[in-house]
Design a binder for this molecule. Sequence first.
Ligand code: PRT
Ligand code: ZN
Length: 226
Amino acid sequence: MSDNKRLRIAVQKSGRLSDDSIALLKAIGIKLNIRDRLLIAHSTNQPIDLLRVRDDDIPGLVMDGVVDMGFIGENELEEKMLERKAAGKQADYEVLRRLDYGGCRLSIAVPNEMDYAGAKTLQGKKVATTYPFLLERYFQEQNIDAKAVMLTGSVEVAPRAGVADAICDLVSTGATLEANGLEEKEVIFRSKAVLIKRADSEMSDEKAELIARLIPRIDGVMQAKE
Ligand code: PRT
Ligand code: ZN
């Protein structure tokens, strides 16, 4: 890790984005020696190291220049960007490519029995979410005075538990909402995985050239899948 000449790429250690991100790196010819418990994986044929972390940490690692690139869901990226801006922290990054996996939407859902007549119904209500900054932005855009209640897990049970009136959570098939007696009402953000790069100018020419060689290969792999 201390070798600053090697390109550092952050990937989710274990979760929905891990397998597709690693598969993409392998498909563009990067040989990786990944050992399950280890934070770092070195490529055996390229000057590249993988940093394997929780997805929540990836935007900050890129924005702080700790890693050169990262694979992340746009939902997490946008939320962290808003959070950092609110805290007066540097929040710049560059999107290199939008990828073809990790698709989902961040939606507001309400209990089946709620009399819902548009977003205004949420006025004065509490909405449980893991994405308070994205949700607050939506409330502002819609001129709704409602409260985002932060929960890092089990968001979908919040209404039944009496913690909130509605929820705002990621949805892909909708099965989780249905199983919890909730109905999707408003899509507030559509997300896919993206490959991002640090935006500062500190990057060496060697690293910039390596990235410039990798990107067309990513395009090739994505085109081949279409
Ligand atoms: O441990 P770590 O912090 O790294 O992982 P995590 O638990 O925070 O994230 P993870 O692996 O669950 O998700 C990583 C990223 O995958 C998310 O940030 C999204 O960009 C993307 N993604 C795509 C999803 C989903 N689809 C998804 N369906 N992330 C979460 N879900 C969850 C959702 O929160 C809900 O609980 O799946 C459930 C809903 O799914 P359906 O199919 O029932 O609608
Ligand atoms: Zn996470």
